[in-house]
Design a protein around this ligand. Structure first.
Ligand SMILES: Nc1ncnc2c1ncn2[C@@H]1O[C@H](COP(=O)(O)OP(=O)(O)OP(=O)(O)O)[C@@H](O)[C@H]1O
Length: 523
């Protein structure tokens, strides 16, 4: 508590009429606390450096001093116990409660007056009382987690209290961490909840009928919106667009978003079926229909797609005579198997797609106008990739991920020049071409290699106009993202795609964000 006094400080000078044999003798440096029990009425003789008795302390002075020290110690002790931000409990060697401070009283809902002198085991589960084992085993405990009550979590320090090497009791100091435990629990459950939410939204996203169609361009979003609306009806849909723009993905999406989604989606490439087999392929045949026919007949695509959707891909490639047959089925709403005479009702939704200009074909007489109107109740036009360059960075990332996974590679980084080449490319083969190129890149690149222009196929590079490209690229190479104009230029060149713009400027995405903030740019 306080600085201990030595006996010397209390001593009076030795007098010749005193008898040291009637006194207890101590050295002058002895501390008050080191003194054994003094018999009532006995004075203390003090020995100096040379072991000569040099002073004495009358018993009354000693007792007064002890009393004074006791009062002081108790005052400090009580103040300390009630000031400390922890629950303090002291017990005697039998585990009877001597003291609880205010925090201890509050923490356990006990009042010192009521529990004083009672065994601590009356108030706590035996196995939860660290203090008891500390006394028994004479072993201090530091920062041990304990749950003395179902609603209380603490970190506990305990120590036996010794007087002259003998354990006279124990003291425990507990820091209440209930709030922390609760917060931690909440954090854990919130994290788990977030995980759940994330995977539900992810699976919902995966379930979304058009989720496979990636891209953020307004033209693409518009096409998806229209497809979504059309999907709710049973109307025939004609999807137009260049080769590889994703027409089949749209057809699948419409099927999945419609009420026929639990039935099959059957795709037919109209350009790939030989004329002689077209009817039997589509409508099936009865036994003995022709030489080489399978015994028992065979079902056709219309049977296979029953209740679902038939996707007539490349419908513009269909020979005229077959167009007539298809038209008849669509008009009459039933079909016959080859060599069959039973009319089978058609129960399919028709979605057709073409990359040909059907109206021009009608003018030229190679596509039937009546069939065109049958198929084209609603048309959805999918824009070519060169008209929605904003989608390119996302598609690149998608395919990089897909093929890195397939060929068990790290997802490589794309050099800004390659990104720029991609953004400027005319993409005659659209997304299919982009996908194929990325697959090739992944196959040819080594792990951890940055994708550079030399990774691109030679004929692909030739498709670009190398002259303009180089000049523009050189211009861009001079950029370092320092000025507001450069940042705006890069954003404009990359259609606002920040990842691509950062690559062009040769700075990290975080740096670009900082610069956008600094220049107050929206990006
Ligand atoms: N927006 C897109 N997001 C992701 N992948 C796409 C997207 N569009 C197309 N693809 C992918 O590109 C490839 C070509 O797409 P799809 O077969 O749907 O094109 P298509 O227009 O039907 O081509 P074709 O006219 O040659 O039959 C497929 O691998 C498809 O998954």
């Amino acid at each position: 508590m306080q600085h201990q006094k030595t006996l010397e400080t209390l001593a009076l000078p030795w007098k010749s009429d005193l008898d040291k044999n009637k006194m207890d003798v101590y050295r002058h440096t002895t501390l008050l606390t080191d003194i054994d029990l003094i018999e009532e009425g006995r004075d203390i003789a003090i020995k100096g450096e040379n072991d000569e008795v040099c002073g004495w302390i009358p018993n009354s002075t000693f007792m007064k001093e002890v009393f004074k020290q006791w009062k002081l110690t108790t005052a400090y002790y009580n103040t300390l116990l009630n000031t400390v931000e922890a629950a303090v409990t002291t017990v005697d060697c039998n585990g009877n409660i001597i003291f609880l401070n205010r925090i201890s009283e509050e923490m356990y809902g006990l009042s010192l007056n009521e529990v004083h002198g009672q065994s601590i085991t009356n108030f706590f589960e035996k196995e939860a009382i660290v203090l008891m084992s500390t006394i028994k085993e004479r072993q201090e405990v530091i920062n041990k987690y304990n749950q003395p009550h179902p609603n209380v979590h603490v970190l506990i320090n305990t120590s036996p209290v010794y007087v002259d090497k003998e354990v006279v009791g124990g003291i425990s100091i507990e820091r209440d961490i209930t709030e922390m435990v609760k917060l931690n629990d909440e954090l854990a459950s919130t994290t788990a909840y977030l995980h759940d939410l994330e995977s539900t939204t992810q699976s919902q996203q995966n379930l979304s009928p058009f989720s496979k169609i990636k891209g953020r361009s307004p033209v693409l979003k518009e096409a998806i919106n229209l497809a979504n609306k059309v999907a709710k009806t049973d109307a025939a849909v004609l999807i137009t667009g260049d080769s590889g723009v994703g027409k089949e993905l749209f057809a699948e999406g419409i099927h999945k978003a419609g009420k026929r989604s639990n039935h099959p989606f059957v795709a037919i490439n109209c350009g790939a079926i030989p004329t002689a087999l077209f009817e039997s392929e589509l409508f099936g045949y009865e036994q003995g229909a022709f030489t080489g026919a399978v015994k028992g007949g065979k079902k056709g695509k219309f049977d296979a797609a029953k209740g679902g959707t038939i996707f007539l891909d490349e419908v513009g490639e269909m020979p005229l005579e077959l167009q007539v047959k298809l038209l008849r089925v669509l008009q009459e709403k039933h079909y016959y198997r080859v060599s069959g005479n039973k009319a089978i009702p058609t129960d399919v939704r028709i979605i057709a797609a073409t990359n040909r200009d059907l109206e021009k074909m009608i003018d030229e007489g190679s596509f039937r106008e009546d069939l065109y109107y049958r198929l084209n109740v609603i048309s959805i036009s999918i824009p070519p990739l060169r008209d929605r360059i904003e989608d390119i960075p996302e598609l690149i990332q998608l395919f990089l991920k897909e093929f890195s996974l397939k060929y068990t590679m790290q997802i490589p980084e794309i050099d800004p020049e390659v990104m720029y080449t991609f953004l400027q490319h005319p993409w005659q083969g659209n997304i299919r071409q982009l996908r194929n190129i990325i697959e090739r890149i992944i196959i040819l690149a080594s792990d951890n290699e940055v994708i550079k222009p030399h990774h691109l196929p030679k004929n692909f590079v030739k498709e670009n106009n190398p002259h303009t490209l180089n000049i523009q690229f050189e211009e861009i190479q001079k950029l370092n993202g320092q000025s507001e104009e450069e940042i705006q230029y890069a954003l404009q060149k990359t259609f606002g795609n920040k990842a691509a713009a950062a690559k062009l400027l040769g700075i990290s995405r975080a740096t670009l964000y900082n610069k956008l903030k600094k220049h107050n740019l929206k990006g």
